[in-house]
Design a protein around this ligand. Structure first.
Ligand SMILES: Nc1ncnc2c1ncn2[C@@H]1O[C@H](COP(=O)(O)OP(=O)(O)OP(=O)(O)O)[C@@H](O)[C@H]1O
Ligand SMILES: [Mg+2]
Length: 381
């Protein structure tokens, strides 16, 4: 199939899927008007908490689940549409899927597991070519020496690699991965996420990846879509999601955040670049925020997000005056080797700061805390 680099590999438009509880009649909108586009050869991640609709979205892309409405296009071709009705079966879509459980057949040898799609899939090959391709792929994923072993003898990490090899042997244009690392221990998970990312790039395949692990999403993705109860909270590159969260949900779910409630200050200029928010610790100037859904107005309730690493602590009087400075009292200090985790109380608020490992602060100390407006985020919702 012909396509241009940088073009859209997957387009999802107003996708809807609901399940109805047969006993109660209650309707669960699992995918609630979701739209996104995935650029060709990019690593695109669906991130969200358990039950937010990640697997259902992936299964709709695969054709294993039929959506109620909307459209799914792959490389410009419509593979699903609600109106007019179109639902191309999984085997006719340019995809391969690695399910969460890997789907490795234990009664087959490693080689035969990997070779399966080349015997029965979209594109089959004669015996010798098949053998050559399978062995080359097993070599690439580090399983060359295991070709003749029973698949049941593989470790979790090896099974994960085998599942990936089998999916890549389908030569999919879009690789769908449902939490493929979640069954592995923490160390292996970090190692394999880097491997997975480089396989994806070497293979030149578009990846749609599902995870509830924000660190994994930040580390691997070109683009992240944060899902909450079947709706999109934010779409963007990892740096934007982390540094400029668009909602309280995103700020809290991705990384950790100090959230301070407030209202837009009447006296402050409601400029395009900064917004000032009246809070329990004084006026906080925010130079970072998503485009508001409507022009902000004085008195409007907003939240201010400050990441712990952006909250600075001064133990002695800091000569430089500036914005977003307020007194606080240290309530706890944890030494973590490379840094100190400091909790401070300011009025009724408790805030978390990541401080220098050598900061000389003890519980009970009166300090000044500061947050650079450039890294202080106003949240409209
Ligand atoms: N076949 C089904 N029938 C009824 N409800 C379903 C069905 N499949 C999924 N759901 C419901 O849809 C919602 C989303 O499920 P989904 O599996 O997509 O979530 P998820 O984001 O993948 O969660 P997890 O991180 O736990 O895997 C859940 O509330 C789930 O109970
Ligand atoms: Mg799931």
């Amino acid at each position: 199939m012909q396509h241009n680099v940088g073009s859209h590999s997957v387009e999802v438009i107003d996708l809807k899927k609901q399940f109805t509880n047969k006993q109660t009649g209650a309707v669960n909108r699992v995918i609630d008007n979701v739209s996104f586009t995935v650029s060709e050869n990019s690593f695109f991640t669906l991130l969200g908490p358990s039950g937010c609709g990640k697997t259902t979205t992936l299964r709709c892309l695969a054709g294993l689940e039929t959506a109620d409405g909307g459209e799914i296009r792959m490389n410009g071709r419509s593979v699903f549409s609600g109106e007019p009705r179109r639902d191309i079966p999984p085997e006719a879509r340019p995809i391969a899927m690695v399910p969460q459980s890997y789907g490795i057949w234990p009664h087959m040898k490693v080689f035969d597991n990997a070779a399966f799609p080349l015997r029965h899939g979209r594109k089959t090959y004669p015996r010798d070519e098949r053998r050559r391709r399978v062995l080359a792929m097993l070599e690439q994923v580090g399983l060359a020496d295991y070709a003749d072993r029973w698949s049941s003898q593989l470790s979790g990490g090896q099974q994960q690699r085998l599942a990936l090899a089998r999916a890549l042997l389908c030569e999919p244009e879009v690789l769908l991965l449902d939490e493929p690392l979640s069954n592995l221990d923490a160390k292996l998970r970090t190692q394999l996420r880097a491997e997975l990312r480089s396989f994806q790039q070497d293979a030149g395949v578009t990846a749609v990846y599902v995870t509830h692990d924000q660190a994994e999403a930040l580390a691997m993705s070109d683009t992240i879509v944060v899902l909450n109860r079947g709706r999109i909270e934010q779409i963007g590159p990892p740096g934007t999601i982390y540094d400029s969260p668009a909602s309280r949900f995103v700020a809290d779910f991705v990384g950790s955040a100090n959230l301070v409630a407030g209202v837009v200050d009447a006296r402050a200029g409601l400029g395009d670049r900064v917004v000032e928010v009246k809070t329990a610790v004084g006026v906080l100037r925010c130079a970072r925020f998503a485009t508001p859904p409507a022009p902000p107005s004085a008195g409007q309730e907003v939240s201010v997000c400050i990441r712990p690493e952006n909250l600075r602590i001064f133990t002695s009087d800091d000569p430089a005056a500036g914005h977003n400075r307020f007194p606080a009292r240290v309530t706890s200090v944890e030494y973590l080797g490379d840094r100190k985790e400091v909790h401070v109380a300011a009025g009724d608020l408790t805030l978390r700061a990541q401080a220098d490992a050598h900061l000389d602060a003890r519980p009970g100390d009166e300090v000044t805390v500061a947050s650079d407006p450039a890294w202080t985020v106003a949240l409209w919702s």
